[in-house]
Design a binder for this molecule. Structure first.
Ligand code: GLN
Length: 303
């Protein structure tokens, strides 16, 4: 397969989609990101990498960070899934509050904001210095020691994150948040603010395509944990658009409102795409289009 040719072809074809989306201006610091960006990296399990466009430019990974917090919680305490958070798609926007009341403060899955806030709470209980250990893990998995939080984005979310404060308070009233509310949202806003490039992301999450083995050869997740995390990505990774994403793209994936999407072809490769313009579900328009073209041109999805 000639991946360079395929990526160049995709780059040309997505151009009309790139400026059609809308940046996530509900987080004011993200409103300043130029719309006309597009980067894509394909990393094979062999270590071979192919890239096109703005693939080495860092951006706010936002909800893609939920993939790492889920991994760090699930590998330490398997009981969290099912007891504190479910594994079903919510069918609602990522920041919705409605189901939480009649489902007794148990979020549908770890990728909607409510579920990720529970994961942040679990991180605080399971790790001595959760923020630093999360950052260290990002650096180890990407092989890039410069990865860090972006205080401007984190503060912007802190100042405007009324819904996230509402979610965490509401869940605390059901007993599903064990730590101090400010510590939970602080970790959550910081993890969402992490800046990475498509190259960093494809390396970081390559363990999910490689039966749990990360780029330095260490095993991060066992085969069963890897299966489970990929399964949650497939059913919940792109929020209330997840059915359409599976239909069009056919891969487990996790998106973020910074415009990034990470997708996995188990046992083969990891793909990271970035373009800041979002559709109404909060997923990058051009990145979804690029992934759809990729699985179509390669004739390769999980189905
Ligand atoms: N930090 C964002 C929020 O809490 C993350 C949302 C996302 O990327 N979908 O709203």
């Amino acid at each position: 397969m000639d991946y360079n040719t395929i990526l160049n072809q995709i780059y040309r074809e997505v151009q009309p989609w790139i400026e059609q989306g809308k940046v996530a201006d509900y987080i004011p610091a993200l409103a300043d990101v130029p719309l006309n960006k597009f980067g894509m990296v394909v990393r094979m399990n062999s270590g071979m990498e192919y890239s096109v466009g703005d693939s080495d430019e860092s951006f706010s990974i936002q909800s893609i960070s939920k993939l790492l917090s889920l991994t760090m919680v699930h590998t330490k305490d398997q009981s969290v899934i099912n007891q504190r958070v479910g594994v079903e798609p919510s069918g609602n926007p990522f920041n919705s509050l409605v189901q939480l009341e009649y489902e007794n403060g148990i979020p549908r899955n770890p990728f909607i904001n409510a579920g990720a806030l529970v994961m942040a709470d679990c991180m605080l209980s399971l790790y001595d210095n959760a923020q630093q250990e999360l950052l260290n893990m990002f650096r180890k998995l990407s092989g890039n020691n410069l990865i860090s939080f972006d205080p401007v984005v984190a503060n912007s979310e802190r100042e405007h994150g009324y819904r996230n404060y509402a979610l965490v308070n509401f869940m605390k009233s059901f007993g599903n948040i064990h730590n101090n509310i400010d510590d939970v949202v602080d970790l959550y806003f910081n993890q969402c603010s992490v800046k990475m490039s498509c190259t960093d992301l494809a390396r970081t999450f390559s363990f999910l395509a490689n039966r749990g083995m990360c780029i330095d050869g260490d095993i991060i997740t066992d085969v069963s944990q890897t299966k489970r995390i990929n399964a949650i990505m497939l059913t919940c990774g792109t929020y209330d658009a997840v059915g359409n994403f599976a239909f069009e793209v056919g891969l487990p994936a996790k998106s973020g409102v910074g415009g990034g999407i990470v997708a996995v072809i188990p046992n083969h490769m990891t793909i990271a795409v970035w373009s800041p313009g979002l559709d109404r579900n909060g997923n990058s328009l051009a990145a979804i289009k690029a992934l759809e073209l990729f699985t179509t041109y390669c004739g390769n999805s999980i189905f």
